[in-house]
Design a binder for this molecule. Sequence first.
Ligand SMILES: Nc1ncnc2c1ncn2[C@@H]1O[C@H](COP(=O)(O)OP(=O)(O)OP(=O)(O)O)[C@@H](O)[C@H]1O
Ligand SMILES: [Mg+2]
Length: 610
Amino acid sequence: MDQFHDEEILGKAYDSRLMRRLIRYLRPYRRHAFLAIALNIAIAALGPLRPYLTKIAIDSGIAKRDGHTLLLTVLGIAGAMLFQAAAQFFNAYYTQWIGQRVILDMRMQVFEHIHRLSLRFFDRNPVGRLVTRVTNDIEALNDLFSSGIVMVFTDIFTIIWILTFMGIINLPLTLVTLSVVPFLFYATFLFRQKVRESYRQIRILIARINAFMQEHITGMPVVQLFTQEKKVFDSFEDVNAAHRDANISSVFYYAVFYPSVDLISAIAAGLIIWYGGGRALEGAITVGVLISFLQYTEMFFRPIRDLSDKYNIMQTAMASSERVFKLLDTPPAVVDGRNAIEVAKPRGRVEFRNVWFAYGDDEWVLKNVSFTIEPGESVALVGHTGAGKSSIVNLLERFYDIQRGEIFVDGTEIRSISQESLRKNIAVVMQDVFLFSGDIGFNISLGDGGIDESRIRRASEMVGVHEFIASLERGYTQPVGERGSSLSTGQKQLVSFARALAHNPSILILDEATSSVDTETELRIQCAIETLLQGRTSIVVAHRLSTIQHVDRIIVLHKGEIREMGTHQELLALNGIYRKLYDLQYKERRGKAAPPIGRDGLRDRRDGDS
Ligand SMILES: Nc1ncnc2c1ncn2[C@@H]1O[C@H](COP(=O)(O)OP(=O)(O)OP(=O)(O)O)[C@@H](O)[C@H]1O
Ligand SMILES: [Mg+2]
């Protein structure tokens, strides 16, 4: 499964290059970050202070029957505990405070960056993977910021403080306690190795489950139509079972590791009692020392145990950040030139000059394509499926850059026009209409502040969809469901026309506007198209020749090359590809008269309209 290759990479738990870059996100919150670190040092020091004070209480207070010292040390312990509790509260609060802010910043950055990337990128990267970047991967970084890094500090400081206090109190006893540490390291090492592998498996499998769900929910109609449920369940069960097993194996390692650490810690305690007890009998050390050491051993092993858990968090976070940064470092394939100009309102002259284009390196999709469309002229692109019609549309919008040749809008090469102003002036009604899950009004204006209600309404009236919208319970505020699921294909089509018209572009492109509607809707859409095309440079991509009755000129594409160009009558007279297409469709409509296609027919209609 090549798709999950990125998920499989598991690098180091600490990579200074990645870490430096991550730390940069803390910059806006550095005051809080320093505060959090200071609190951590305080917490780390206050804990180990307690056994030390306990020792004083026992040896100098109880053993010497000195009530005053006893009271003071008990008060000291209570004070330290109170202070520690307060510090823990602020620490927990501020680390999350910082973590959540960093996550917001990163998520915004990734989301914005994805919007800057060119279509070529999305051809190669499945949606599920990108969603994983913005959700899971960033979440892993949240763990790093809110618990990982900071707690690692606490753990390390705690260990240092404990060792310091132990050393001050009694050095030989400290060495005895530390004699078990090699075993601890070995256990930790084994644990990390095992758990690391099962974590990696879990992550790959989660990515797989996500992708599987995503694809099958999107393709639900196909699954149900072809009654593939059983097969789909089986495949899903396989992935899920693997996920369960990977989780169980990681749980197993935890279940072995934690008690092992406790066991080692108990051995350490035993050693202290055995060795320390013997020394105490000799009178070499006091009972207070013994008790404080028993407390320290308990304290000492917990941070070490936690550190190996943190190691996993760190490792996951490093791998996640690697992936997130890789995404952020992916440059957009299509970028504005340094001196990209803004075009305010082009007249709409379009020229393709010797354009060669391929999506990959393999095959030319367009070969030496040249044509000119004058301002206000409407041109149809026809040709077999895969001929390159939609590709021409993509290129004019500059979704992709061409390999050879030039494309001009109003005489300016489109690579020297800013993408924003280019696209603002070219509206496309796509082959498959996309509606967002807002209401109808939003789907027409797309939240563009310059498009008010009256303009939405006017556009809808012009394309003949206003009546339908008004008949809905909530009119323009009727929600359309995800991807416009509550509307029919024809209705969506008309709404997308209204959208194009409301944005009032200089150049309008309709890709396959009438592929799946009934005759009545088709007629309505025809009228709508005529409205749309008026006074605008337009390109209509069509399979059904009946939908392009009113265009000025027809370009016939065949396997990426322009083979014929001219009016309907001229092309029929040529007796070439167009003639063949036309005859085929005419035959399809057996019994019906061939539609009166042509320039003259168009002129009549237009004159009648105005
Ligand atoms: N994103 C893409 N990545 C790679 N190849 C593509 C991509 N889009 C289209 N192609 C290829 O480019 C060629 C032209 O496709 P295009 O979409 O322009 O055809 P079309 O004329 O619009 O066809 P249709 O009438 O079916 O819509 C096809 O061979 C197709 O396989
Ligand atoms: Mg197409």
